[in-house]
Structures are given as structure tokens and as C-alpha cells.
Design a protein around this ligand. Structure first.
Ligand SMILES: *Cc1c(COP(=O)(O)O)cnc(C)c1O
Length: 437
């Protein structure tokens, strides 16, 4: 057996962690196991996972139903080439998703992660127009949007602030202002008018060069849990439709119940042309993603020659284990009445946020997502403060990672009210502590 200290030493010697400044980051926390909303460290300490492990573990850790489905599938067929061959878990999953997705999204393309789901959607949109005899390679995005780390997805995320180091690699996109809003925001209508006016101007001048607009419906995740109103998205979708520009919904974060409905588009009342799903797709067990589109888009790729076909596919496209996990996860939404759990979590979030009076601004809640801005006096929210805040939570057995000055919770849906209150108690304690220290 490797001890925790040995593990950290080996990690330090050989591992390169994501989104981490390896020179200054504290030692990573070695985790031995997980169950439900809890993670267990190698030293026996327990941590409440209040961010669903980067937003993927929707039903909690090591759910036995999903674990069993993967084990059974692994003993039968683990993986098979998906060009020219097919298999039951993939076909069943495609059919089950088509039943549940926003209306018209019935054609399913599999890939590996959120970034590739977005990359595929962008390629589909461009190639769709080319197959219809138009060259459209421009994309519209929102300021502050985050769509992933591959080059196309980074280009669409260029205003997120994460990718300055790669600017030379990125292609240009058109960026619209995003009307981020919160409880009691009196400026929201004005912000929405500004954004829609900018959209109108762009569509008027350059709409016929634009392949698609790519949005995170209702919540911008990595951009800071920035929320917008459903009626704004309906106005946006109507304008894009009238102008003949495709709408791509990146629901990599919002999908699978996060906003209180299975998909955020349902809650917003919009019908996108394409949708990107990943994170919660397999219940957080395996990396897999889906790009789904309307039949009309798929139909534009049909023809006698390969140049009309989508030139995309990954070694692990439609991995059978991932499909089995995703089917089991979808089943849990019914057997565990998951959306009712989401509603109960949302109610606790609202109650606790109402009781937070000082040290915060811009409180906002949707589904299991609760967020606020810390306004503690005399704090730099840069690199020095964030690790102290993370440490403060870890010392109390809580996994919470702020995004800059934004504190947020995205718990797994299995969290109990007592556990969730513990998380909020931790946030209250942090605000108290850092106001006075
Ligand atoms: C996380 C995320 C992505 C990227 O997904 P990966 O699996 O990390 O590649 C894309 N879009 C949104 C909205 C995300 O939250």
C-alpha cells in the first residue's frame, strides 16, 4: 500500500494537474473513496463534495446502480469501433435521449467530453451551411462564455479570460454583451435591451455570414455562475430564427437536471437547433459527450459523396461503458425522483441566501446552483486569497472552490438537507472569519 505521503511525493514528481499553477499550488488532497455526497481522504477524513466534483457527479459518488451497470457492460462488451458497427447501449441511449431532449433534437452524435461536444457542434453548423451552398464560418457568442479547452471551443470562450496565453491560435468570434442578473437586480431590463440591440445590429449587417450562435442557456458556468432570464433567451432565440442563424445550446453544465428541468432549454422555453451535453451524462462516472441536432441538419449531410459527410469521430466514440452508465443515470431520474430532489435543494438555497445579510452581493439561485459575490472589505481576490478560502473550507470538511470572487454551490442531487445546511453554515462562517481576519 502507498501511504498518503508517498502518493503526494509521486504526484509531485510525475503528475501535471489541470488549471493549476504547479509551482505555488498546495499539495493535492489524496482521495481514497467516495459515497453519495461524501469523499473520503486517505487519512480517513471525510469531505462533503459541494461542487459535485467539477459539476459531474450529479447523483453523488459511487452510486451502486451505475457502478453495477458499468461492471455488467464491461463483462460483455467494453468498446467497439463505431464506424460500420453499432451496439445496443449506444442505440438505446440515443433513443432515450431523443425522447427527453427539447423538441426536434432527435439525431445523436457521440464524443468524449464537453469541449469535443462543442467542437462537433461548431463543425456541424459550418458544414451544414456549406452543404447548402453557403460559406458561413463566423460564430456569435456571449461575453464571459466558457465552452471548453480545444481550439474551437477556446475561440468561442476567448472573452472568458482563461486563454490569453493561446491568443495566437484562436479564430475570431463575434461577442455580444451578456445581461447577467441576480435577485433584486433593477438594471436587468436595460441590460437585456442593450444585448438584444447589439444582436439586431449584428444580424442586420452580418447575419448571413454567421453559422450559429453558441450559448450556455440560463447559466454561464465557468464564467462565474452568471444567470440570465428565460424571457431574454426567448427574445434572442426568436431573432436568430428569423435571421436564419442556428442556435447551439451548450448544456454541458446545465444539462441533466441542474436548473430544475432535465435541460435548461425547457426551463427557458427555447428550442435550439443543436445541443451539447457531457458532464452529468454518465452520472459523472465516465467521460462521454453528445451533440444532438434536428433532423433537418442531419439531412443536409446526406448525399452520394463523402465530402458532404461529417468528418469527425474519436477512438472511443459511443464507448459502451459510457453508454451503459448514461442509461443507468437516466433511469435514476425516475426511480429516485431526482427533479423533486433538485426542487428541495433549490428551496434550501433560497432560504439560506435570504438570511445572508452582509459580506455578499448579487445572490442568485437556479435549481441546484447557488452563487454570490464576496464583498469582504480590503480583500484581494487574486491568487493569495483563494487558496486560503479553499483551505478554510477543507479544514471544515467541505469541498468548495470559488471562481475568483464568486462563491457557489452545485451539490450532487443526493445531498440531504442536513448536509446542505452544513455547506451553508461553512459559507456563513467563512464570511464571518474573513471579515474580521
Ligand atoms: C465544462 C464545460 C465545457 C467543457 O467540458 P469538458 O468536459 O471540460 O471538456 C464546455 N461547456 C460548458 C458550459 C462547460 O461547463
Amino acid at each position: 500500500m502507498t501511504s498518503a505521503a508517498q502518493l503526494i511525493a509521486l504526484d509531485r514528481a510525475h503528475v501535471w494537474h489541470p488549471y493549476t499553477q504547479q509551482a505555488t499550488a498546495p499539495d493535492p488532497l489524496p482521495i481514497a473513496s467516495g459515497r453519495g455526497a461524501w469523499l473520503h481522504g486517505m487519512d480517513g477524513s471525510a469531505y462533503l463534495d459541494l461542487i459535485a466534483s467539477w459539476w459531474v457527479s450529479i447523483h453523488g459518488h459511487a452510486h451502486p446502480v451505475i457502478a453495477r451497470a458499468i461492471a455488467e457492460q464491461a463483462g460483455r462488451l467494453e468498446q467497439v469501433i463505431f464506424a460500420g458497427l453499432t451496439h445496443e447501449p449506444a442505440v438505446r441511449l440515443a433513443a432515450e435521449l431523443a425522447k427527453r431532449l427539447p423538441e426536434g433534437l432527435t439525431r445523436i452524435f457521440f464524443s468524449d467530453d464537453g469541449s469535443t461536444a462543442v467542437e462537433v457542434a461548431m463543425k456541424m453548423a459550418c458544414h451544414y451551411w456549406r452543404n447548402r451552398g453557403q460559406e458561413r464560418v463566423r460564430f456569435l457568442v456571449f461575453e464571459g462564455g466558457y465552452h471548453g479547452d480545444t481550439v474551437g471551443a477556446m475561440s468561442a470562450s476567448r472573452s472568458s479570460g482563461f486563454f490569453e496565453g493561446y491568443r495566437g491560435l484562436l479564430f475570431a468570434v463575434e461577442t455580444l454583451p451578456y445581461p447577467a442578473t441576480w435577485e433584486g437586480d433593477e438594471t436587468v431590463a436595460a441590460k437585456e435591451s442593450t444585448a438584444l440591440a447589439a444582436l439586431d445590429r449584428y444580424l442586420e449587417s452580418s447575419g448571413d455570414e454567421c453559422a450559429a450562435m453558441l450559448i450556455e442557456p440560463l447559466i454561464q458556468g465557468a464564467g462565474g455562475m452568471r444567470m440570465c432570464r428565460p424571457e431574454f433567451l426567448r427574445g434572442l432565440a426568436a431573432r436568430l430564427k428569423a435571421a436564419g442563424v442556428l442556435l447551439i445550446a451548450d448544456e454541458v453544465m446545465t444539462g441533466f437536471g441542474r436548473c430544475g428541468t432535465l435541460f435548461a432549454c425547457e426551463k427557458a422555453g427555447i428550442a435550439p437547433d443543436l445541443i451539447c451535453l457531457s458532464k452529468g451524462l454518465t452520472g459523472g462516472f465516465l467521460p462521454m459527450a453528445v451533440t444532438a441536432c434536428r433532423e433537418e441538419i442531419h439531412a443536409a449531410f446526406l448525399g452520394a459523396t463523402f465530402d458532404r459527410a461529417l468528418a469527425h469521430g474519436h477512438s472511443f466514440t459511443a464507448n459502451a461503458l459510457g453508454c451503459a452508465a448514461a442509461l443507468a443515470s437516466l433511469g435514476l431520474f425516475e426511480t429516485e425522483q431526482t427533479l423533486q430532489r433538485v426542487a428541495a435543494i433549490e428551496a434550501i438555497h433560497r432560504e439560506r441566501l435570504r438570511n445572508l445579510q452582509s459580506g455578499i452581493a448579487q445572490p442568485r439561485v437556479l435549481g441546484v446552483v447557488a452563487a454570490l459575490e464576496l464583498t469582504l472589505p480590503d480583500r484581494g481576490y487574486g491568487s493569495a486569497f483563494t487558496p486560503r478560502l479553499i483551505r478554510f473550507f477543507l479544514d471544515r470538511g467541505l469541498i468548495i472552490r470559488p471562481l475568483g470572487a464568486v462563491l457557489y454551490l452545485i451539490p450532487p442531487y443526493c445531498i440531504t438537507p442536513e448536509e446542505l445546511h452544513r455547506g451553508w453554515d461553512g459559507i456563513e462562517a467563512a464570511i464571518q472569519h474573513f471579515s474580521t481576519h
